[in-house]
Design a protein around this ligand. Structure first.
Ligand SMILES: NCc1[nH]cc(CCC(=O)O)c1CC(=O)O
Length: 322
């Protein structure tokens, strides 16, 4: 009898849900049993702003466990992965991506357009803060952190103190909580984070049998989209806490399958808002992302990214929770 594969996971409801879903898919496809092994990360232990903890706080303990061979593979929210790869480790699969858009959960069933001037909206991500300010609606954006239930409680709970929160639709979908969404935000208004809604299934390179086994979970279109978005992020030399958004969509074009990549760099106060797009073939996904980043840099994206910590009036200084 073969021993069950050990899948390392954070203990949050979201991490457990997505790890459980990957475990089930793997067992269904291969017949191999999977056992969940909980790993506590620095990001779970601390309530400090994520930018103080550093990039990859939710990831490094899982990667350490992989390297130490106490687990066989790990499932990460792809958008939380630093753009630099980890030595000896390999992303063996990108499963079919969830809807990457952001979602609004507002009191009284309101949509974004229905929020009055001065409405208090909670989100910790600079990318979301910047795009909310860019709408020019006089929204008051306030930092929040914590798991999905904590964030929802700030709007829906008995002690609700916010008019709305913005969070990833994918997270709510994985927890079966899309019922609370009052608007799924159009990417024209709120371009998602690079790789939002996608998972990364990671294992050791020196485990070739597992690399091959996990490949059944890979979804080529999702991988292409994420590759383009992450190449843009890496070329901007921005991390997962920067005010950078990217969204690659695959569609059937005149010359076959095409990827349409949109990218944005927005100052935290919303006054500078660079948005561009580019089209190409999925095989060139990384090049499309790099080229789009180069165009954004030519327009001054680096000066926006450089002033990230010096947010303008109406914007508190804190890190993102992308
Ligand atoms: N660290 C935040 C984070 N990382 C992954 C998700 C869930 C969505 C996804 O998989 O992209 C979330 C929550 C959120 O942004 O609201």
């Amino acid at each position: 009898m073969t021993a069950p594969l050990r899948l390392g996971t954070r203990g949050s409801a979201l991490a457990m849900a997505q790890s459980g879903q990957v475990a089930e898919a793997l067992t269904a496809a291969t017949g191999r049993e999977v056992e969940l092994v909980e790993v506590v990360t620095a990001g779970d232990r601390s309530t400090a702003p994520v930018h103080r903890l550093g990039v990859g706080v939710f990831v490094s303990a899982l990667r350490d466990a992989l390297t130490a061979r106490t687990i066989d593979f790990a499932v990460h929210s792809y958008k939380d992965l630093p753009t630099a790869g980890a030595p000896g480790l390999h992303i063996a699969a990108v499963p079919p991506r969830q809807d990457p858009r952001d979602a609004l959960v507002a009191k009284g069933g309101r949509t974004l357009a229905e929020l009055p001037p001065g409405a208090v909206v909670g989100t910790g991500a600079l990318r979301r803060i910047a795009q909310l300010h860019a709408l020019g609606m006089q929204l008051e954006v306030t930092p929040i952190r914590g798991n999905v239930d904590t964030r929802l409680g700030r709007v829906l709970g008995p002690d609700a103190d916010l008019d709305a929160v913005v969070l990833a639709r994918a997270g709510l979908a994985r927890l079966g909580r899309t019922d609370v969404i009052t608007e799924t935000l159009d990417p024209m208004l709120m371009l998602p984070a690079p790789a939002q809604g996608a998972l990364a299934v990671e294992c050791r390179i020196d485990d070739p049998d597992l690399v091959e086994l996990l490949a059944v979970l890979d979804h080529a279109p999702s991988r292409a989209a994420v590759t383009a978005e992450r190449a843009l992020l890496a070329t901007l030399e921005a991390g997962c806490t920067a005010p950078v958004a990217a969204y690659g969509e695959l569609a059937e074009g005149e010359a076959g399958e095409e990827i349409y990549l949109r990218g944005a760099v927005i100052s935290p106060d919303g006054t500078r808002d660079l948005r561009l797009s580019r089209t190409g073939t999925p095989a060139d996904a990384a090049e499309i992302g790099k080229a789009l980043a180069a165009e954004l840099l030519e327009l001054g994206a680096d000066s926006i990214l450089g002033q990230e910590g010096h947010a303008g009036p109406g914007t508190q200084q804190f890190g993102s929770t992308e």
